[in-house]
Design a protein around this ligand. Structure first.
Ligand SMILES: Cc1ncc(COP(=O)(O)O)c(C=O)c1O
Ligand SMILES: [Zn+2]
Length: 416
């Protein structure tokens, strides 16, 4: 890395800048690189001597080290989902299965890069506000490194996510309030106690971890560029990271065209989609980003991971959708939940609600926006269904409870 650049006002900061937000306008910062120099290093690709995300080290803001990260983060499969695609006539549908990361969500990408940064600057305690996944991820990876994690979650976070974080030995504060309350408290507590704050979006290193998902998709496709990547958005950091990954690849000369980044949100938590639609409705082709505001909403969705009032990387996400020409897709909770068993039954991939939302969005886009049948579409499956069994259970009913007899099976009228 060679410095920072403000997403809102475009002011630059030097590499030794120690804050997280732009000192001029309070906007989020984006980490910058000397792409011309890196282009020479990666001209032939990234090499194959490592199978985790640190193989992209030339494009990551971490010091070179010979010590491998204790857990394998990233390097997740991209599956062709032929039967799922066929159900809509799509011939090139792929699922990026990030549920197989160590803590079972895509959040591990951000945690890994942030923790490497924490080690580089000598931080011992890392804090986070989370809807649940980022907290369990930080707890998991911090445990692997012997660092301490302090996690702030809303008190109604799914029990699996809380239990993961507790099992990994994190201090877990379940805050009486929502994610946004947990976020504000984590910020104040981190300032007060000097903790390194990993909170999504606010910490610019999170985007750098998430962007590796884009590099992997590009490599898994053998250097092809998808037509669109469908990304679930809460804070918008996974989306802004996905877009940054492609911008990086273009900046170092590895790709010459870009995918559309489609944003999916719940109808009941749609701050980012609404902001993009407002800009488009106003007919602005080149907005002044320093004046664009992502208005707060009152989020209330069963997809807890993307239930966010005030997206903490909202502006960067809005830019990514807008600049890539992506769609904004808002889906009702029933369609998000219905997407879970549909994906599971046709692909064998078990997603939590937020992670099934991209499939719900693809269905809506085929219906309303006319995705071409040959478009290469990638859905990011960002978290495992095991993370939120209570919501998933609503979609699949109960098992058949029977006496232990063959007769009972016959009576159940299943198709034996
Ligand atoms: C499973 C899952 N999908 C999607 C997201 C959305 O990511 P972001 O908040 O960066 O938009 C999250 C965030 O918690 C998540 O846990
Ligand atoms: Zn600024």
């Amino acid at each position: 890395m060679n410095g920072y650049h403000c997403i809102a006002c475009a002011e630059s900061q030097a590499i030794d800048f120690a804050g997280f937000l732009c000192p001029d306008c309070g906007g989020n910062l984006d980490i910058t690189y000397d792409y011309a120099a890196i282009a020479k290093d990666v001209a032939g690709g990234f090499g194959d001597d490592q199978n985790d995300l640190f193989r992209y080290a030339p494009l990551l803001p971490v010091r070179e080290t010979d010590a491998p990260f204790p857990l394998r983060i990233g390097g997740t499969p991209l599956y062709a989902a032929a039967r799922l695609g066929e159900s809509l006539g799509l011939r090139n549908l792929y699922l990026k299965d990030d549920t197989v990361n160590p803590s079972a969500s895509t959040k591990d990408r951000a945690s890994a890069v942030v923790l490497r940064r924490a080690i580089d600057i000598g931080a011992k305690v890392v804090s986070i506000a989370s809807t649940g996944n980022a907290g369990s991820s930080l707890a998991c990876l911090a445990a692997s490194l012997g660092l301490r994690a302090v996690v702030f979650v809303p008190e109604n976070a799914p029990v699996a996510k809380l239990t993961q974080a507790l099992s990994f030995g994190a201090t877990v504060f379940a805050v009486r309030g929502n994610y946004d309350d947990a976020f504000d408290l984590c910020l104040a507590a981190s300032d007060e106690f000097g903790w390194f704050n990993r909170s999504t979006g606010y910490n610019p290193f999170t985007r750098e971890g998430k962007k590796t998902c884009a590099y992997e998709i590009w490599e898994s496709l053998g250097g092809r560029v998808p037509d669109r990547i469908v990304v679930p958005a809460g804070d918008g950091n996974l989306l802004s990271g996905t877009w940054k990954g492609w911008r990086d690849l273009r900046a170092v000369g590895l790709v010459d065209r870009m995918p559309k980044i489609d944003c999916v949100q719940s109808e009941d938590s749609a701050a980012i989609c609404l902001a993009v639609r407002r800009i488009r409705d106003n007919g602005e082709s080149d907005p002044d980003w320093s004046t664009v505001v992502v208005d707060e909403v009152r989020a209330c969705t069963a997809a807890d991971s993307i239930s966010v009032d005030r997206p903490r990387d909202g502006l960067a996400a809005v830019k990514g959708i807008f600049q890539s020409g992506g769609e904004t897709v808002t889906v009702p909770d029933e369609e998000i939940l219905a997407a879970i068993p549909e994906m599971a039954r046709t692909t064998g991939i078990f997603a939590e609600p937020a992670a099934a939302a991209p499939w719900a969005a693809v269905k809506q886009m085929v219906r309303d926006n006319g995705i071409g049948v040959d478009e290469l579409v990638v859905c990011i499956v960002s978290g495992s269904g095991l993370k939120d069994i209570a919501n998933v259970q609503k979609t699949v009913g109960e098992p058949l409870i029977i006496d232990p007899t063959i007769e009972a099976i016959r009576k159940s009228k299943i198709d034996a």
